[in-house]
Design a protein around this ligand. Structure first.
Ligand SMILES: NC(=O)C1=CN([C@@H]2O[C@H](COP(=O)(O)OP(=O)(O)OC[C@H]3O[C@@H](n4cnc5c(N)ncnc54)[C@H](OP(=O)(O)O)[C@@H]3O)[C@@H](O)[C@H]2O)C=CC1
Ligand SMILES: O=C([O-])CC(=O)C(=O)O
Length: 439
């Protein structure tokens, strides 16, 4: 079987043709693709060692693959030399779902990609294509990830492709799981993190707007995820704002775990768990509306001081405590929570229950400031969409804390005004609040 690794210049006709087609489908192109070097890799051999050695093969070797597929170069048996569609005809599978994942060589993705490929997330009759976004920095690692996916022989995994250009990787994506982001380093101001990562999400929002499926569902994981999601929304005007989520499901799962432990019940007895607000230490785990075995938490756990103080702080700081113990931030449990978040959108929410997600606030029934991304209680019919739950209780304790996390998000929004098209950024983060992973 042939082998090639190719480097292609930006803007080649072959590279841009699919973009033009996507733009034509959409009717208008809001953002033109920036011209910059493109590195894409073709993997059409099972000889991994030779692949790594052959790091700089020719453009010519890559172009035939692009001609045949009109898509990103693929890996292994997913190369265009093998026609997978002839196999699919004999199977009663659903139509292929295309999932783009950024930060695909990172720790969270290293769990998530295998859960996606196994069928655990979208079901055993749902074939998937994985499109992995990396960078020049991570390209080799990304190839390693793709090789491991191949070696796992997942029947539902019908395509693996990698790239470092979001305009290629996000093409026709039905789901975009945006994980890649720079971690905050020692001594780094939150404002600097907002700016560096915000730039990544502005670029990726533009790319999604131009080439993804018009109804793509986007889950932003990379921190600060609420504000990154807002930046994405503002840079993707063709995609409904409702389609964007900031991941707060890990916080919900952490809160459920703490309540179950305190009440002496198994996790599955805890329901209606809302995380309000920002994925930061100002987040509000709502014990007023949560239930244990169908009963209000406050009827089961009568220790209000524990709920207001220890429970709340444990959930807010869980990520940081974990980093102190493990030396790295949560990766496996984050991946599980991304799986939970997707499943919550593609399966009907059980009657009377709900789930938390960071979503766009415009039109919310609670009186939370409009035009930010705020974690709130959601329900889904299982069609990928959701509605906000309106019948929730509110008291002074809960509302006061909701206002604090709202204030933080409004301040973060001002810091990224230059990335949302709202003018000149002014960053005045009074308290330098933390991501859950920082303490
Ligand atoms: N919302 C939530 O609940 C949680 C969010 N997180 C966040 O998820 C993100 C990813 O976490 P994790 O997978 O553990 O992190 P890793 O460090 O393992 O991977 C992150 C990836 O981000 C990419 N990246 C993009 N820009 C930069 C940059 N400037 N410097 C360094 N890396 C960059 C890198 O990929 P490449 O080079 O390919 O771009 C890297 O592989 C982080 O922002 C983390 O804070 C973590 C836990 C929970
Ligand atoms: O700060 C981080 O990277 C980790 C994080 O979000 C969490 O554990 O909730």
């Amino acid at each position: 079987m042939g082998l090639s690794t190719a480097y292609s210049p930006a803007g080649s006709r072959l590279a841009t043709a699919p973009l033009a087609a996507a733009a034509a489908r959409r009717g208008s192109v809001q953002h033109l693709r920036p011209r910059r070097p493109l590195i894409a890799t073709v993997r059409c051999s099972v000889d991994a060692a030779k692949q790594v050695q052959d790091g700089a093969a020719t453009i010519a070797a890559q172009e035939p693959a692009r001609h045949k597929t009109g898509r990103l170069p693929r890996f292994g048996v997913f190369c265009p030399t093998y026609d997978l569609t002839s196999d699919d005809k004999t199977k009663s599978w659903k139509k292929l779902v295309t999932i783009a994942v950024s930060g695909a060589a990172g720790m969270i993705a290293n769990h998530l990609l295998f859960q996606l490929a196994s069928g655990e997330v979208f079901g055993q009759d749902q074939p998937i294509a994985l499109k992995l976004l990396g960078s020049e920095r991570s390209l080799q690692a990304l190839e390693g990830v793709a090789m491991e996916l191949e070696d796992s022989l997942y029947p539902l995994l019908r395509e693996v492709s990698i790239g470092i250009d979001p305009y290629e990787v996000f093409e026709d994506a039905d789901w975009a799981l945006l994980i890649g982001a720079k971690p905050r380093g020692p001594g780094m101001e939150r404002a600097a993190l907002l700016d560096i990562n915000g730039q990544i999400f502005a670029d990726q929002g533009k790319a999604l707007n131009t080439v993804a499926s018009p109804n793509v569902k986007v889950i932003v994981v990379g921190n600060p995820c609420n504000t990154n999601a807002l930046i994405c929304i503002k840079n993707a005007p063709n995609i409904p704002a409702k389609n964007f989520h900031a991941l707060t499901r890990l916080d919900e799962n952490r809160a459920k775990c703490q309540l179950a432990l305190k009440a002496g019940v198994f996790y599955d007895k805890v329901s209606n768990m809302t995380i309000w607000g920002n994925h930061s230490t100002t987040q509000v785990p709502d014990f007023l509306n949560a239930k244990i075995d169908g009963r209000p938490v406050k009827e089961v756990i009568k220790d209000t001081k524990w709920l207001e103080e220890e429970f709340t702080m444990t959930v807010q700081n869980r990520g940081g405590v974990l980093i102190q113990k493990w030396g790295r931030s949560s990766a496996a449990s984050t991946s599980v929570s991304i799986v939970d978040a997707i499943k919550s959108l593609v399966t009907p929410t059980p009657e009377g229950d709900w789930f938390s997600s960071g979503v766009y606030t415009t039109g919310n029934p609670y009186g939370i400031a409009e035009d930010i991304v705020f974690s709130m209680p959601c329900r889904s019919k299982g069609d990928g969409d959701y509605e906000l739950v309106s019948d929730v209780l509110m008291d002074d304790f809960l509302w006061e804390r909701i206002k604090k996390t709202e204030a933080e998000l409004l301040a973060e929004k001002k810091c990224v005004a230059h990335l949302t098209g709202e003018g000149i950024a002014f960053c005045d983060l009074r308290e330098d609040t933390m991501l859950p992973g920082e303490m």
